[in-house]
Ligand binder design. Structure first.
Ligand code: TMP
Length: 239
């Protein structure tokens, strides 16, 4: 597989064309941003953790019969993915109130939600990714209603699957964000599943093991990323 020109550079990844038009080469960076790019920094070896941890999760999700863009690892920091037409929505699934939900609803971070909450955000940096609902999606034509329903249902299914893996690693899945796209008329999971895009708390100590350590200047950021990767790898390679 040959890496060709840079197609797109995001905040955490670079996407390159390859010699096969239906596949992209994704290079994971150590760059970290928060608050819609206002806070910038680096997390050493984050690219390696997010690439390899995402690969482990994508493999499990594929085994459960859900299509993902993941094809294979190309190196510790690089992954080959299927080219998708991205749906411009973020699907956030929450089990415990935290972050923007705790703020919006005025509840304590840590409140156990009596059922998972699924939210849609319109992906637009200039607007700060506003929260939207299905009627916005339909009115704006961001996705068909069938696809909007499917990505939310997939979000809930992936929540069950990830919780099952993470609990064995002593980690509570607080919330996470997914992105989806279309190829050959089918919905595929895209993007990444990593400590950048999820909240993970240690089940015993409630210690945060995710990007909130960077967002909130809690220290021990690199160690937390490495710890999650180590624990999940141990669970999935034992199975
Ligand atoms: P929030 O509480 O800030 O809305 O975040 C919910 C989840 O989504 C959390 O696990 C972090 C993830 N997330 C992203 O992956 N990218 C983003 O740009 C934001 C705002 C959140």
């Amino acid at each position: 597989m040959e890496k060709l020109g840079l197609r797109y550079e995001g905040k955490a990844k670079k996407v390159y064309d390859t010699d096969q038009s239906e596949y992209f080469w994704v290079a994971y960076k150590d760059d970290a941003t928060a608050f819609n790019g206002e806070k910038k920094g680096q997390i050493a070896d984050k690219g390696e953790v997010n690439n390899q941890l995402s690969a482990l999760f994508f493999e499990e999700i594929e085994k459960a019969g859900i299509l993902t863009h993941y094809v294979r690892l190309l190196s510790d920091r690089d992954m080959l993915v299927r080219r998708l037409d991205m749906i411009p929505l973020e699907v956030v699934v929450r089990n415990i109130a935290a972050g923007s939900l705790a703020k919006r609803l005025g509840v304590e971070e840590g409140l156990v939600l009596s059922q998972p909450v699924v939210e849609l955000y319109y992906k637009d940096d200039e607007l700060g990714d506003p929260l939207v609902n299905e009627s916005h999606v339909a009115a704006m034509g961001w996705a068909s209603m069938a696809d909007a329903k499917e990505i939310q249902a997939l979000g809930l299914k992936i929540n069950e699957l990830l919780q099952g893996i993470l609990v064995k690693a002593g980690i509570q899945l607080i919330d996470f964000k997914l992105e989806f796209g279309l190829a050959n008329g089918k919905v595929y999971l895209g993007d990444e599943i990593s400590p950048d895009t999820c909240r993970y708390w240690d089940i015993e100590t409630r210690e945060k093991l995710d990007k909130d350590r960077f967002r909130r200047d809690l220290g021990g950021v690199e160690e937390a990323y490495q710890e999650v990767f180590r624990r999940v790898k141990e669970v999935l390679t034992q199975a």
